[in-house]
Ligand binder design. Structure first.
Ligand SMILES: NCC(=O)N[C@@H](Cc1c[nH]cn1)C(=O)O
Ligand SMILES: [Zn+2]
Ligand SMILES: [Zn+2]
Length: 532
């Protein structure tokens, strides 16, 4: 099976040798062991029997049987447009939290708490805008069982029909021909979040004991940088999350479309905005064009100084912080099941900047990238409006990697924008600020949790998963690891071509069904493992 099955209970030397094999030099934290080995051995004897493939068959059949109900329930959650970045939709985000709490209650979860996080900090239009609550709940509290915290987010990215969606984004559409479900949040992350609830439901329907105690941590600000969640986790580490042995996050995707993966690394994300303002109001370009200084022209100059068309970041000091590639690391990429064709299929184009698999993967996983996302305040409709916008707010983000220092990065970026703007000699005003940030994360993929997930993947898909890193970010991952002193494992449900954050987001029905089976099997294998 997997080489080097072990956990972080082993000595530091062992961990170091695993790190060497994977060529990881940036473990984000250590793991403490709070209970003696005998305790876990006892748990192992209790649950070993339940974790046999025979029991899985019963569970898998039940999940299959409940498929129509599970799809219908997902459709109900999807209907709530919980877009965390749109202040006007904040009541909908809160409504979705309440909806999920109601579902948890119906399923027999206990100690359900809607943790309030206060008002959203600036920059924000409404200074009293409430952050959406974090939904905490428990299923079981048997001291003889291990406790798994499952994290997910119920907020989603914006979506509108006019962006080019084939169908209404907040209505779950079943494409019978392609056997997939299309809607905003289907894959990121309402589908996987509902998956955990469905796993509990399948156990209940069978009268089967859940092999672990489950704790939920479902947030509503992930797509906006998980604002407020760090503090809550720190606060609850010794309280609500006290007994947590492992954290499992299902909020990412397979690398491609065929092979299941387990993910042990993420890039971070620092998100910035540049505000440039000048005239008191939008102006007629025939009257004022060529006579006044235009904020939009200044912004394009600053934007174009950030990155070149080959994706190279042009800000002094940024690339210098990146950990160098070693020869051994290069070998890792060759073993990963992925092709340029898959990359092109996922982007729906032939616009990839690299040809070799290693280059693509390295630029997705271990190098930083800078993306320009858009702007507020400028004309963006069809037709030709001859206006000079008086104030524009440009948005861009940098995906961060080991060994980049987040605070240093912020300084480099802000200094750079200030310097470029100053060089324009513009009478306009310019301000660059950080909107939110979240750290990169890299972990040990040979601990008990990853091992259990690998066995679960094999039991469901019949293949060993690839171990991958991911270019996206889940800002809270490192916080869980540090504050709870537990391992974190990423168990993706969807595929690399799901179109998360894009138009026509989808989740293949087979990924939903097999994903839930994998989640269930993971809980059983993890419960049965000797190690934490
Ligand atoms: N499924 C994970 C995901 O989409 N994460 C977001 C997180 C984020 C960071 N800043 C804003 N959102 C991502 O864009 O990677
Ligand atoms: Zn997500
Ligand atoms: Zn997302």
């Amino acid at each position: 099976m997997l080489p080097g099955l072990s956990s972080k209970k082993s000595s530091g030397c062992r961990l170091l040798s695993i790190a060497k094999r994977l060529n990881i030099t940036h473990f984000s934290s250590g793991i403490s062991h709070r209970l003696p080995q005998a305790y876990y051995l006892r748990r192992f004897h209790i649950y070993r029997k339940m974790s046999t493939e025979a029991n899985f068959q019963q569970l898998f059949n039940k999940i299959d049987e409940l498929k129509p109900r599970f799809i219908e329930r997902l459709a109900k959650a999807i209907e709530i447009p919980a877009v965390s970045s749109d202040e006007s939709l904040r009541p909908q985000v809160i409504k979705k939290a309440q909806f999920i709490a109601g579902e948890l209650q119906k399923l027999g979860f206990s100690d359900i708490q809607m943790k309030e996080l206060g008002a959203q900090p600036p920059p924000v239009a409404d200074p009293n805008l409430p952050l959406p609550p974090v939904v905490l709940a428990r299923y079981g509290s048997d001291p003889a069982k291990k406790t798994v915290l499952v994290y997910g987010h119920y907020d989603v990215q914006p979506a509108a029909l006019e962006d080019g969606w084939a169908t209404e984004p907040f209505k779950l559409i079943i494409d019978e021909e392609k056997q997939l479900m299309r809607a905003r949040g289907a894959s990121d992350d309402t589908g996987p979040l509902k998956g955990w609830l469905n796993v509990v439901e399948a156990h209940r329907e069978l009268g089967l004991d859940l092999p672990v105690n489950l704790v939920t941590c479902f947030e509503g600000m992930e797509e906006s940088g998980s604002i407020g969640l760090d503090g809550l986790i720190a606060e609850e580490a010794g309280k609500y999350f006290k007994e947590v042995d492992a954290v499992c996050i299902s909020d990412n995707y397979w690398l491609g479309t065929k092979k299941p993966v387990l993910t042990y690394g993420l890039r971070g994300c620092n998100y910035f905005q540049i505000t440039i303002e000048g005239p008191a109001a939008d102006l007629h370009s025939g009257i004022f064009g060529g006579v006044i200084s235009e904020p939009m022209i200044d912004l394009t100059k600053v934007f174009s100084s950030l990155v070149d068309s080959r994706g190279r970041i042009l800000i002094d000091g940024v690339n210098e912080m990146v950990a160098p590639v070693t020869e051994k690391e290069k070998e890792l990429y060759e073993k990963i099941d992925f092709t340029l064709d898959e990359m092109n299929a996922a982007s729906g184009s032939q616009t990839c900047l690299y040809e070799s698999k290693a280059d693509i993967l390295m630029h997705r996983w271990r190098y930083p990238s800078l993306s320009i996302h858009g702007l507020e305040g400028a004309f963006s409709a069809q037709g030709a409006k001859t206006v000079i916008p008086s104030k524009v707010v440009g948005k861009f983000s940098i995906r961060t990697v080991p060994d980049m220092d987040s605070a240093k990065l912020d300084k480099f970026v802000i200094d750079h924008c200030d310097k470029v703007f100053a060089s324009l000699n513009s009478p306009n005003r310019c301000k660059t600020e950080l909107i939110h940030d979240g750290n990169y994360w890299i972990s040990d993929p040979f601990n008990a949790s990853f091992t259990a997930a690998a066995k679960a993947t094999k039991a469901v898909y019949g293949v060993e998963p690839d171990f991958t890193r991911e270019g996206g970010s889940i800002p809270i991952t490192l916080t869980f690891e540090k504050e709870l002193k537990t391992s974190v494992m990423l168990l993706p449900m969807g595929r690399g071509d799901d179109g998360a954050h894009s138009i026509n987001e989808k989740l293949d029905i087979s990924n939903y069904m097999q994903g839930m089976k994998t989640m269930a099997a993971y809980l059983h294998y993890y419960a049965a493992s000797k190690e934490k």
